[in-house]
Design a binder for this molecule. Structure first.
Ligand code: SAH
Length: 358
């Protein structure tokens, strides 16, 4: 039995040949024995990476107010399914629920569902969210249909794997992980499968351009779009990602807040690609829902009133004013999370939602 993921990857490649980046990502994150989320997810300042809800309670609180507002615009349906996908340690939903107390009825009407596949994180969610009586599902399909959705997901899309294709002089090739002369993991290229069609905007990409395509992100967009077209509701996605279909290699491994070598740290670091918001949103629209514009996290949070919220918090706790100012900066500044992180909402036809003013 191998003791870590790398010997297992080597064995799989020896047996089946070089693997796609998609297969590699899936194993690194979710291999039942050695995957990062299966065995050692470490979120937060002491861990491998930090997310917006862990950086500041203002994030979850504003999303909570957004969710209450969306529920009101939907006509205050009862019951409705309040779903968080990829809830991490449960902080976002915890902050959301606290903020949502301002409108009686929201929590009473909400059936809380957490979509999660990481055993260690489910444990943490149990601890933090037990008071809200959540239910768990391994996929959105397991959350029963038949009631409107108010769904939130922060940094979920970037865990859904992508394939990578490179334009070469001989046509499109797929980037794969194989073995070098001494049996170590290495990147290589093989001809793209027959029938590969690059995204429409990238068909004329120059030689050397690398294009990412995420079937899993697109499938989730289609699933959410179809679900909302049938049951009604809204789904808010916030992530590190692109708002245009641009080429570029965005595969990145993070350990202890540092970028580390993707192959050498297989299974031991968080591994992500940029969320492909244009493809995700297009898939949701094709399935019958509408989508907002794709906006920056800074603009979204400002539209929801983060400036006022930060000022009120600082007034209530003058001793914390510097910390609050730092958190505000981190969430909204274009050099920090404000621009690289994007937000989109999938919603039922004809509904207006807050936060996306042109
Ligand atoms: N939303 C949290 C955690 C982000 S980390 C936050 O903002 O702090 C990514 C989360 O998505 C983790 O909870 C991880 O276990 C979960 N995840 C990753 N891939 C998933 C998948 N295919 N299905 C469901 N959850 C997944």
């Amino acid at each position: 039995m191998p003791m870590s993921l790398i010997p297992k990857l080597v064995r799989l490649i020896r047996a089946d040949g070089p693997m796609t980046v998609e297969a590699f990502m899936r194993l690194c994150l979710h291999d039942p024995e050695f995957g990062y989320y299966t065995t050692r997810p470490r979120l937060g300042p002491e861990g491998d990476f930090i997310t917006a809800p862990l950086a500041s309670q203002m994030f979850g609180e504003l999303i909570g107010l957004w969710a209450v507002d969306a529920w009101s615009r939907l006509g205050q349906p009862a019951p409705f399914r309040l779903v968080e996908m990829g809830p991490g340690d449960g902080t976002l939903t915890s902050d959301l629920m606290r903020a949502a107390r301002v409108v009686p009825g929201f929590r009473a009407s909400a059936e809380l569902w957490l979509v999660e596949i990481s055993g260690p994180l489910i444990e943490m969610q149990h601890e933090r969210l037990a008071v809200h009586g959540p239910r768990w599902a391994g996929s959105l399909a397991e959350v029963p249909a038949g009631a409107p959705l108010v769904l939130i997901a922060n940094e979920l899309l970037d865990c859904l794997p992508a394939r990578q294709f490179v334009r070469t002089a001989a046509g499109w090739a797929e980037r794969r992980i194989g073995l070098d002369g001494v049996g170590a993991l290495t990147f290589g290229l093989s001809p793209a499968p027959n029938g590969f069609v690059p995204p429409p905007d990238l068909q004329d990409a120059p030689s050397g351009a690398l294009v990412e395509v995420s079937p899993a992100q697109e499938a989730l967009g289609a699933e959410i779009g179809a679900r909302i077209a049938t049951d009604g509701g809204v789904a808010l996605f916030v992530d590190y990602g692109r708002d245009r279909t641009d080429p570029g290699d965005t595969l990145q491994a993070l350990r202890a807040h540092r970028k580390v070598d993707v192959l050498a740290s297989a299974g031991e670091a968080d591994l992500t690609v940029h969320a492909d918001f244009p493809a995700f949103a297009a898939a949701a629209r094709s399935a019958g829902a509408e989508t907002t514009a794709i906006v920056g996290q800074g603009d979204f949070l400002r539209a929801l009133g983060i400036d006022l919220r930060a000022a009120a918090l600082a007034k209530a706790r003058p001793d914390q004013a510097d910390t609050i100012a730092r958190q505000h900066h981190r969430l909204t500044d274009p050099e920090e999370m404000g621009r690289l992180f994007k937000v989109v909402c999938v919603h039922q036809t004809g509904l207006e939602v807050a936060g996306f003013a042109d």
